[in-house]
Design a protein around this ligand. Sequence first.
Ligand SMILES: Nc1ncnc2c1ncn2[C@@H]1O[C@H](COP(=O)(O)OP(=O)(O)OP(=O)(O)O)[C@@H](O)[C@H]1O
Ligand SMILES: [Mg+2]
Length: 306
Amino acid sequence: MASNDIVVKTEHLTKTFGKITAVNDLNLEVRQGQIFGFLGPNGAGKSTTISMILGLVTPTSGNIEMFGLSVKNHLSDVLCYTGAVMDNPGFYPYLSGWDNLKVLARISCQGKEDRIDKVLHMVDLADRSQDKFSNYSQGMKQRLAIAGALLHDPKFIIFDEPTNGLDPAGMKEIRELIIDLGQQGKTIFLNSHLLHEVEQVCDHVVIIKKGKVIASGTPDELIKHGNTLQLQVTDTDKALVLLKEQDWITSVTTEDDVIILKVSPERATDISRLLAKNDVFLSEMKAKNDSLESIFLELTGEEAVD
Ligand SMILES: Nc1ncnc2c1ncn2[C@@H]1O[C@H](COP(=O)(O)OP(=O)(O)OP(=O)(O)O)[C@@H](O)[C@H]1O
Ligand SMILES: [Mg+2]
């Protein structure tokens, strides 16, 4: 694939704050047209990475290229192709949604006042555009932030926790909007804690922990990496004793009378042989369908997200 298909490339990107290494030798590649999910537990370095991509924070070392240009030397150029929806959009509370976008249009790359009605329509705020920002609901504020990010018709849009504080209907609206933008050919970088959201929306996912990449692939690829087998047998108690004695099985648990094993799927024949040798027979053995959420928890060693 030609290198101009790469929208963002970070090489050995590192950021330290005193003794804390927030981002540690991070190599990312976001390709054109991707909806790229950027995941990681709290404090993993996601927002710091985004701030460096947007030129708000200077890297300690390493490089960032956007659209083939070094961000260090061409920040204002690359930002003209980029829109950002951060979790705390700054708008003037006493101005209407429309007037807030007018202010933004005047300070963003090219005065795009003629796009205000269009972007308000895209985020479904057209009929409330004359109301004061301070009277907007949380979801409307977030949609106005997206409208602001779309004003200069960017090719690349970064979302940092875009559904924070929204109710399920509000989240669904934003999700659909992101999918819509992806279908229009925009490249999207989505930082979210909501794994089912990422699973539904993204076509490529990177998980970071302590500033480093620990997994990367399509949601399907990541889910298939889950080494979980489920089995049903003729004698569950006896099977549990046998399976727990094997050091090549990482964990043995049960859900009702189904045995759940964390083990490499290639060991399936070893499992059936072991059981059969001890007069326990399988009535079912299959790979358990993991969710991105369970894979995330497994990889990052986090307990619960919510
Ligand atoms: N300006 C700063 N000064 C000092 N430490 C910082 C600064 N910004 C971030 N950090 C530290 O860097 C680490 C990574 O923070 P960051 O905000 O990038 O994480 P995150 O992945 O976005 O987390 P969350 O999911 O909680 O938003 C944390 O330990 C944080 O305390
Ligand atoms: Mg963050």
